[in-house]
Design a binder for this molecule. Structure first.
Ligand SMILES: [Ca+2]
Length: 492
């Protein structure tokens, strides 16, 4: 009774109720492109020092087992925004627009009264740099952008080539936008880095930081026995370790042991681009701290997909092996625990419902992701045990078959459908991640593990059937095999 009387007194005195509740948090999403978890200090890198990124983990939640559901840039970005798998949002490759009718979390927050901006790499719709729905301010470029001197489309008003390093330029633009925002209205800022996507070009000041660090090919590159043949066939291609290595190797294929120097140079350059991202994060956090907004901002640092860096003889991503599907995901802000490491498996599709819950906004109905807000507070005992992965063969990049697979906390089963509904022609893969996290021993054809394989096959079928993906509905192209051809220069 006392509370009700107090509320009525406030109403009679002319106080508005919303002003009495805590202000809605701002949202800063920092999205990297092709960032491996092991290129960050807080995920255990011994080489790459990332104090600013690590500081987000220290004041928030670091997800130790975050995964993408399709390891490819555009499909995964669409999943991060919409909470949907690729088969639902329809962005199956790097050349498809995110359909305008699909709701996404920044758009939801815009409808709920937020000011919203997207700055940097969008990359859904290769040639389109025009503004997209749901954002009050939208600055991007065509295609992959360039590490130096990118041409930007400023909110559809003009195209400007801004001199300098991409990571620095996009951070300057982000700070400029943040300084312009009123304190009376919450905001969403999505910053899409190009880094550390190929072709890796560090800033001059980081070009030689790792010169003294030896980077051999991973041991798993030399132990492909028991794995499907297509992995061996990939070795000399655009996505294999003896191939061009995103132009860090000029003459290829090169299987000579001394050609590992090209691989080492490539990895050094990749790491160098991450150091600039850490500088960017430091500047953004510094601004939020100095302007008194840090404690009321949800800060998300994430990658869109993982990256193979020599494991099993592969570079690039797309496959379902661990380095390809693992993404960094670190979140801090009001309502979240401090310095927590969350070990449950979370997915790209979980970001949208989680952020909308943190901002107390209307959820998007009928999506496939699940909010992890209660999970990280230790209050969700019904979290998923397993999830399925999907990738469709690309004729422009004929280095990875169709992939359907399931990952549980301790097991992974991967199959490679041909695309014609007939029995698979590639050997499947089965790994005991509990004892073999490096996926070195393929147990798929081991009679001692036949029951486990059958169990996981049934679980995969059940998960996909829940989404309506039964035989004949789950569409995919015909697998035309692994080919030596290089992709078209315009889409590399
Ligand atoms: Ca990517």
């Amino acid at each position: 009774m006392r509370l009700r009387s107090w509320v009525w007194a406030m109403v009679l005195l002319g106080f508005a109720w919303p002003a009495m509740s805590s202000p809605r948090p701002n949202v800063l999403l920092i999205l990297c492109d092709d960032l491996r978890t092991d290129a960050l200090g807080c995920y255990g890198s011994k080489q790459v020092r990332t104090p600013a990124i690590d500081s987000i983990a220290a004041r928030g939640v670091r997800f130790a087992n975050a995964f993408c559901t399709t390891s490819l840039c555009s499909p995964s970005r669409a999943s991060l925004l919409t909470g949907l798998y690729a088969h639902r949002h329809g962005v199956r490759d790097n050349f498809t627009e995110l359909p305008n009718h699909l709701p996404h979390w920044p758009g939801r927050l815009q409808s709920a009264g937020y000011r919203t901006a997207y700055l940097g790499k969008w990359h859904m719709g290769e040639a389109n740099d025009e503004p997209r729905p749901g954002f009050d301010w939208f600055v991007t470029h065509r295609g992959q952008g360039k590490y130096f001197n990118t041409e930007w489309n400023l909110n559809g008003t003009e195209r400007v080539t801004k001199p300098g390093y991409y990571t620095t330029v996009v951070t300057d633009m982000a700070l400029e936008w943040l300084r312009d925002q009123s304190r009376d209205q919450p905001w969403v800022l999505c910053l899409g880095h190009k880094a550390p996507h190929s072709f890796y070009q560090p800033e001059d000041k980081y070009a030689h930081t790792f010169d003294s660090v030896a980077v051999p090919y991973p041991d798993s590159a030399f132990h492909l026995e028991g794995k499907p043949q297509w992995i061996t066939q990939r070795l000399d291609t655009w996505h294999g370790i003896y191939g061009p290595l995103f132009e860090w190797r000029k003459k290829f294929p090169d299987r000579r042991p001394e050609a590992v120097q090209d691989f080492e140079n490539m990895v050094h350059a990749y790491w160098g681009t991450v150091l600039s991202v850490d500088d960017s994060v430091g500047r953004l956090l510094g601004f939020l701290r100095e302007s008194g907004q840090l404690d009321n901002t949800v800060v998300i640092f994430a990658g869109d997909n993982g990256l193979l860096q020599g494991e099993h003889g592969m570079v690039d991503k797309r496959t379902m092996h661990e380095p390809s599907i693992r993404i960094p995901l670190i979140v801090s802000g009001p309502g979240l625990p401090l310095e927590k490491v969350e070990n449950h498996q979370v997915l790209t599709v979980d970001l949208a419902p989680s952020l909308l819950e943190l901002c107390d906004a209307e959820p998007i109905p009928d999506i496939q992701g699940k909010s992890w807000c209660q999970l990280v507070r230790g209050k969700d005992s019904s979290w998923r045990d397993g999830w399925f992965y999907e990738y469709n063969y690309e004729r422009q990049f004929p280095y990875t078959p169709n992939v359907r697979g399931i990952r549980t906390a301790n097991w992974k089963y991967i199959r490679y459908p041909h695309g014609d509904g007939q029995p698979d022609r590639h050997r499947a893969e089965l790994y005991d991640l509990g004892t073999d996290p490096g996926e070195t021993r393929n147990l798929a054809d081991d009679p001692a593990h036949a029951a486990k394989r059958a169990e996981l096959q049934a679980a995969l079928d059940a998960l996909m059937a829940q989404e309506g993906l039964v035989s004949g509905v789950d569409k995919m192209p015909l697998d035309e095999g692994i080919k030596p051809q290089l992709p078209d220069a315009k889409i590399r």
